[in-house]
Design a protein around this ligand. Structure first.
Ligand SMILES: [Zn+2]
Length: 299
């Protein structure tokens, strides 16, 4: 990729990451699956600018976004089960003004209480919160990450295969392996992590990008990471990729496969960047996907 493309990517990441904090009433919302609650935590507000879309028709973007950006969020999720307090992704962390730790406190949860951390992938906006400067932000947590994802980012020979501007992901992976050492658990995509919680293979955005499916008592929720960044653009046009995808063609086929799997089912989907209110049911009509927002069970 050209030097110019690298500059564009860095600029876009900066833009994506720094749009200020979200409004208080949008910060925490709760969904339930049987006796398990899932709290959607607004780590930070963001937005996806039109220049990051790849393969999008300009007129379509103009029509959907009206010349603006696609609203988006940086999100983490707290899963509260009878046996575990699990955090899915850790957000931007102190260094990038992520709010996850503050919002956990508001929920009465301390960083010591988190027993497991599940990572969808190694991009900074999902893993920076693992660290408090040079120590673990979550001292008692076991960290779960898909094995090919971990191996990719812990091997600096892969720098040339990653999108430009992502060398910090290799630094984060090195820090993860050093600080969390024997607390790291590598899983294979699709593997069950708990009886009611399975990983779901979603490669393309990164090497081993994974979602997590919670299913219990006839209800299910899919925590879908970054398989789709902008609902209004990439739901009707799943062939539109983003510059942050490691393998744009694979990301497209994953997006279409996941949409096909969940469309017209009762599975509620929560994405890592979906705009508020942030939970959706996908539909398919005459071959075109659409979505409806689902209101939370409690705020
Ligand atoms: Zn992301």
């Amino acid at each position: 990729m050209s030097k110019h493309a690298g500059v564009v990517i860095l600029a876009a990441i900066f833009f994506f990451a720094h749009l200020g904090s979200s409004r208080a009433n949008d910060e925490l919302s709760t969904y339930r699956v049987d006796d398990i609650s899932i709290v959607r935590i607004a780590d930070k507000k963001g937005g996806v600018p039109p220049e990051v879309f790849v393969g999008a028709d300009k007129a379509m973007l103009e029509k959907v976004l009206h010349g603006g950006i696609c609203p988006a969020m940086f999100l983490t999720f707290l899963i509260n089960s009878p046996t575990d307090l699990i955090l899915v992704d850790t957000g931007n962390g102190e260094a990038r003004k992520g709010r996850t730790l503050d919002l956990l406190k508001q929920l009465g949860v301390s960083k010591e209480d988190i027993t497991k951390i599940l990572l969808t992938h190694m991009h900074g906006d999902h893993v920076q919160g693992l660290f408090s400067e040079e120590s673990k932000a979550f001292p008692h947590a076991d960290v779960y990450i898909e094995q090919s994802e971990y191996r990719f980012w812990t091997d600096r020979r892969n720098i040339a295969r990653a999108p430009s501007g992502m060398t910090s992901c290799f630094d984060n992976a090195e820090k993860l392996s050093r600080l969390y050492k024997d607390k790291i658990h590598l899983f294979t995509a699709g593997e069950k992590i708990l009886p009611w919680l399975s990983s779901v293979a979603m490669p393309g955005h990164t090497e081993g990008h994974s979602g997590f499916l919670l299913a219990k008592g006839g209800k299910s929720i899919l925590l879908a990471g970054d398989f789709l960044h902008c609902l209004s653009v990439q739901t009707p046009y799943p062939d539109v990729a983003v510059i942050w995808d490691s393998d744009q063609d694979l990301a497209k086929s994953t997006r279409k496969a996941i949409l096909e799997r969940v469309a017209d089912t009762d599975t509620i989907v929560l994405g890592g960047h979906f705009a508020n209110p942030g939970a959706v049911l996908f539909k398919k009509t005459n071959g075109t996907y659409s979505y409806e927002f689902v209101q939370p069970d409690a705020n």
